[in-house]
Design a protein around this ligand. Structure first.
Ligand code: SF4
Ligand code: SF4
Length: 78
C-alpha cells in the first residue's frame, strides 16, 4: 500500500491573501498568516503540523498561480 504525500511551495510574491487555497485544502495544511508581510498582505502559509496529501486542489484554485505542488509516493510501513 502506498500513500500519497505532497509538498507545496508558496510563491509569496504572487499571493494576494484571498484564502481560496486554505478553504479547499482537505487537510488544513494551508492557512492565512496572522501577520501581514511587507506589502500588507496576509499571505498563505503552511501549517507544518498538518500533512499535505499532494491533492493539488490549492494549486488548481489559486487565481494567481502562487502554489506549486510536488508529489512523493511513500510506501507505508505497515
Ligand atoms: S496539495 Fe492538497 S493537501 Fe496539499 S496543501 Fe494543497 S490542498 Fe492541501
Ligand atoms: S489561493 Fe493563491 S493568492 Fe489566494 S491565498 Fe492562496 S496562495 Fe494566496
Amino acid at each position: 500500500v502506498s500513500k500519497e504525500k505532497g509538498t507545496i511551495v508558496l510563491i509569496e510574491d504572487r499571493c494576494k491573501g484571498c484564502g481560496l487555497c486554505a478553504s479547499v485544502c482537505p487537510s488544513q495544511h494551508i492557512q492565512l498568516s496572522r501577520s501581514v508581510n511587507s506589502q500588507g498582505i496576509n499571505v498563505a502559509i503552511c501549517d507544518q503540523n498538518k500533512k499535505c496529501t499532494g491533492c493539488t486542489f490549492c494549486a488548481m484554485i489559486c487565481p494567481d498561480v502562487a502554489i506549486e505542488v510536488y508529489k512523493d509516493k511513500i510506501a507505508s510501513k505497515s
